[in-house]
Design a protein around this ligand. Structure first.
Ligand SMILES: *Cc1c(COP(=O)(O)O)cnc(C)c1O
Length: 435
């Protein structure tokens, strides 16, 4: 399988280059040159297959020409170590719980797959890969846990001092081993700018192999298609049309659903559900795509004003905006809508949604109200409500019990080096760590 850049279809690279580089040199996103269609028999078999068996076949169809079947099985086994249960909330409305992984958010799927694939692609190389990650919280925890103890890969996480919650900080600073953390005296954008300068520094790049594990990397993006197949396989048979609603920020997760549909999964419609950072719903309602500064909300992992994966979505629809608008409906909701629905769902069903999942539920419900009786719908519940405990407690007036896994992280000892917001200091740190 080869990949082209969304900025230039002639710019084609192999899997290794696409994964190690992350972003194409022309700043485009890598996309599969061809999208394989899964055979009819696969869809007939689906209900009897396990999550991993589905993974072997889907990843096999995508990467089977580049990786051996043993490598594909190893990749899938390493990624799918936890379930993604489908919970029926109301008649014809299901929550796909993607938060049963090590850091309790769906980003665990992509991070685990990415780390394993990178280490496979680096086998036999003398140099280690050094992954640099700037994080405002959630990405750091998923990447750190995904890459923990993975051979041949070292991770350096930069985060803004005092700007991430204690729970988030503990999820990456307590691991040690191949995970190093730098607490930067600055804000998230400063961390990101330090990382970007390192990628552009020729002297550093001559001495070490630097890469990113950021969400536009195909190794984080592609595996997210797996749980759409799995959810479909577990839905009861129905004559109704099928909708998936995806609470979205950078739009990687929704893009992976569209990839599954392009591979033959019979999804009739997608709902792009956002908070007030609504540039994609605005586009879907007929406006031009226009990036904006992001606004803070209670579903903060979706506070994205310039979603990187937009052009990837467009590419999946053959760059045809009319088809895109026909297959994806967009809705946005403010914090008051989100809080209100979290309360009403808890009152009616006892189910506790996190603010991101609640946005997904709202989008689905809008669609189903527009077309009464036509759809069965699934919304993606992207994080455990415990990850946003203070918000959830305040909205619902409860004291949510933290899951064991989060409590375990809280027991660990924080280990991070301090760094001024200074590139010279950062470079010296990287060079020293190398020797
Ligand atoms: C990252 C994140 C999202 C947004 O996912 P995208 O792929 O960027 O659209 C939604 N919910 C949670 C909890 C997240 O961490």
């Amino acid at each position: 399988m080869n990949f082209y850049s969304t900025n230039n279809p002639e710019h084609i690279v192999n899997l290794k280059e696409a994964v190690i580089k992350g972003l194409a040199s022309d700043q485009g996103l890598y996309m599969p040159v061809e999208i394989p269609k899964l055979p009819h028999e696969f869809f007939e078999e689906l209900p009897s297959l396990s999550f991993r068996e589905i993974g072997y076949q889907v990843i096999g169809a995508l990467f089977g020409k580049t990786l051996t079947s043993q490598q594909i099985n190893q990749l899938v086994d390493h990624t799918l170590t936890f379930d993604a249960p489908l919970v029926e909330l109301e008649k014809n409305i299901y929550s796909l719980e993607l938060f049963h992984g090590p850091t309790l958010a769906f980003k665990d799927f992509g991070a685990r797959f990415c780390s394993k694939l990178m280490s496979m692609l680096m086998e036999g190389e003398k140099r280690k890969v050094r992954v640099l990650v700037a994080t405002s919280g959630d990405t750091g925890s998923a990447v750190a846990n995904g890459f923990y103890k993975v051979p041949g890969v070292e991770v350096v996480i930069l985060y803004p001092k005092g700007k991430v919650s204690e729970l988030q900080e503990k999820q990456f600073t307590t691991l040690g081993e191949n995970i190093s953390c730098l607490e930067v005296d600055g804000v998230f954008d400063d961390c990101q700018s330090l990382v970007k300068q390192a990628f552009l520094d020729e002297e550093l790049n001559d001495k070490m192999l630097l890469t990113s594990a950021n969400s536009i990397n195909i190794a984080r993006w592609i595996p997210q298609c797996l749980y759409y197949f799995y959810a479909y396989s577990r839905l009861p048979k129905s004559d109704k049309k099928l909708a998936f609603s995806v609470p979205s920020g950078n739009f990687g997760n929704l893009g992976a659903g569209i990839l599954a549909e392009r591979m033959g999964l019979p999804i009739d419609i997608f709902v792009a559900s956002t908070n007030v950072n609504k540039v994609v719903p605005d586009f879907l309602h007929g406006n031009a795509f226009q990036a904006k500064a992001s606004v803070s909300t209670i579903s903060n992992s979706m506070d994205v004003g310039n979603p990187s994966n937009f052009y990837r979505l467009l590419a999946l629809y053959g760059n045809d905006e009319a088809v895109f608008r026909q297959k994806v409906k967009g809705f946005y909701f403010d914090d008051a809508d989100t809080a209100r629905v979290m309360r009403s769902i808890k009152d009616q069903t006892t189910y506790i949604m996190d603010p991101h999942g609640a946005v997904g539920y709202l989008g689905l419900r809008n669609l189903m109200r527009m077309f009464p009786g036509e759809y069965v719908g699934v919304f993606l519940e992207t994080a455990h409500p415990g990850k946003f405990k203070s918000t959830v407690d305040q909205i619902l007036g409860i004291d949510l019990e933290l899951p064991e896994r989060l409590k375990e992280f809280m027991k660990g000892e924080k280990n991070a080096d301090s760094l001024g917001n200074d590139y010279g200091q950062f470079k010296e740190y990287l060079l020293k760590k190398l020797s």
